[in-house]
Write a protein that binds this ligand. Structure first.
Ligand code: NDP
Length: 454
């Protein structure tokens, strides 16, 4: 796949980049490995100062960086600004927290002193997606940099400008050469890095297909891997709710990033007592979204990231309709230039339809009506994915009981699933394994080394 930056709102080609050769990729691994020898010896305070500078840099250039994201992958400008601020917060979270997260941990034993040292591992490879082109990379890179690892990043082929900018921001903070490096490589060259003996692990965020491929490489080479893949998150509405309030949250959960988020709410599972009321309220709000230029503050729904993504989504929606699903709203693309998709609501999607268990990466919601709470939980768990999920119910004890039964890595009560630096992020089943963010995120690629003495 060519590395090419195209503004999805206009179709304009912004930049084309020549990919690295195998030899250049190996040379980058050499530099990352060389840098690791020194980086692992730097103090936590030393590492912290670079990341705090990085956070400061993100904030001082926020407007420019936000416009870069919006131009390159179509995110609405206010969401791009939020992404940059959130990246600054994640950098500070790890800069300030690493001392505590990585402190030696005593192991109580009767006959000796023992403790766990959290030691760095070496060069770690990141394979990152375009949907949050700064956040995904920062979420992977900053805990590893604080842990004393060095990182190589293969970013998605449609966001080369963001990829290059992140690397140059680290350089501007005087991070030593080789501690962070962007690799402009096609996915075929990821194996060169993963199989290199100096690379100690790989973290991928993206599709199930890419995850399976990279996990196979990691397994073949006996490397540790973390996978953050797709989701088909349930948004469960029980009978005891204020439907208007929930419909507002449903829009927030589904339309985040034009629906292109792994933890966007995707399956709206509503008990029949409030189902019609919910569908009406949700439809009203979805139909009021203002499709348009993502740099315009008045726009509430921007384009998808690429024309190919919009074409693919249309095929998925069409296959549901062909199989008998009902269109409550939308179901097609607007007659305008750019990778736009109309807000869509489907009902009547059944397990025999191909899209039932597929991730719909765009402004398309499926609503399921169920008889009761038990049926809602059963349907929520009827998925090969298990990333996030939400339960809406005024009775918190009841909501907690329901949340405990959901097969996913994260469940939020009375709010859509979201990401926050302090909270572990990750899934089960085909949504992947391992955790990012929080203390768990920094412990994924460290050697939990036992030191024991009598
Ligand atoms: P991909 O999974 O193809 O891309 C994510 C990253 O993985 C990119 O850097 C990509 O590189 C790389 N990659 C892809 N295939 C391989 C491979 N075989 N070996 C190594 N690296 C690989 O996502 P798409 O952009 O194609 O999106 C497809 C679908 O994936 C979406 O519709 C959505 O359902 C899901 N997705 C989920 C995301 C999440 O946040 N969990 C994020 C993005 C997508 P390159 O760009 O060069 O192909």
């Amino acid at each position: 796949m060519a590395i090419i930056s195209i503004n999805p709102a206009t179709g304009e080609t912004l930049l084309t980049v020549d990919p690295l050769t195998t030899e250049q990729t190996i040379a980058a691994i050499d530099r990352a490995d060389g840098a690791y020898r020194d980086w692992k010896m730097t103090s936590l305070d030393g590492r912290k100062s670079f990341l705090l500078k990085f956070a400061q840099r993100l904030r001082s250039r926020s407007e420019e960086l936000a416009h870069l994201i919006t131009r390159e992958m179509g995110k609405r400008i206010s969401e791009s600004r939020y992404e940059i601020e959130y990246c600054a917060k994640i950098s500070e979270f790890y800069a300030n927290g690493a001392q505590k997260f990585l402190a030696d941990e005593p192991v109580p034993v009767d006959d000796a002193d023992a403790f766990i040292q959290y030691a760095p591992l070496g060069v770690i490879m990141g394979v990152m997606p375009w949907n949050f082109p700064f956040y995904q990379v920062v979420r992977f890179a900053t805990p590893n940099i604080m842990a004393g690892n060095t990182v190589l990043v293969k970013h998605a082929s449609n966001v080369p400008q963001c990829a290059r900018m992140i690397e140059s921001l680290f350089h501007e903070c005087d991070l030593p050469d080789g501690v962070y490096a962007n690799l402009f490589i096609p996915s075929e060259l990821v194996e060169v890095a993963v199989s290199d003996p100096r690379v100690q692990g790989v973290s991928l965020t993206g599709s199930e297909r890419a995850g399976a491929s990279v996990a196979a490489m990691a397994g073949q080479n006996l490397k540790r891997s973390v996978l953050e893949l797709g989701g088909n998150d349930p948004f469960i509405v029980l009978d005891d709710v204020d439907v208007d309030e929930i419909a507002d949250l449903a829009i927030k959960g589904r339309i985040v990033n034009a629906g292109q988020s792994c933890v966007a709410s995707k399956r709206f599972i509503v008990v029949k007592a409030v189902a019609q009321q919910f569908i009406d309220a949700f439809k009203k709000r979805m139909s009021q979204l203002t499709l348009g230029d993502p740099t315009d503050e008045a726009t509430t729904l921007g384009p998808l990231s690429t024309e190919a993504a919009a074409v693919n989504l249309l095929e998925q929606v069409q296959s549901s309709i062909d199989a008998g699903a009902t269109i409550v709203l939308g179901g097609d693309r607007p007659d305008r230039k750019g990778a736009y998709f109309n807000p869509t609501i489907l009902t009547g999607v059944t397990p025999d339809m191909p899209t039932f268990d597929q991730e719909l990466f765009g402004p398309v919601a499926t609503v399921y009506v169920v008889d009761n709470e038990a049926e809602a939980i059963e349907l929520a768990n009827h998925s090969t994915y298990g990333l996030g999920g939400s339960v809406f119910c005024k009775d918190i004890d009841r909501a907690r009981r329901a949340a405990r039964q959901i097969e996913s890595g994260m469940v939020f009560i009375n709010q859509p699933t979201r990401s926050q630096a302090e909270l572990p992020f990750g899934g089960v089943k085909k949504s992947g394994y391992g955790r990012e963010l929080s203390r768990l995120g920094i412990l994924e690629f460290v050697n939990k080394k036992l030191i024991h003495h009598r």
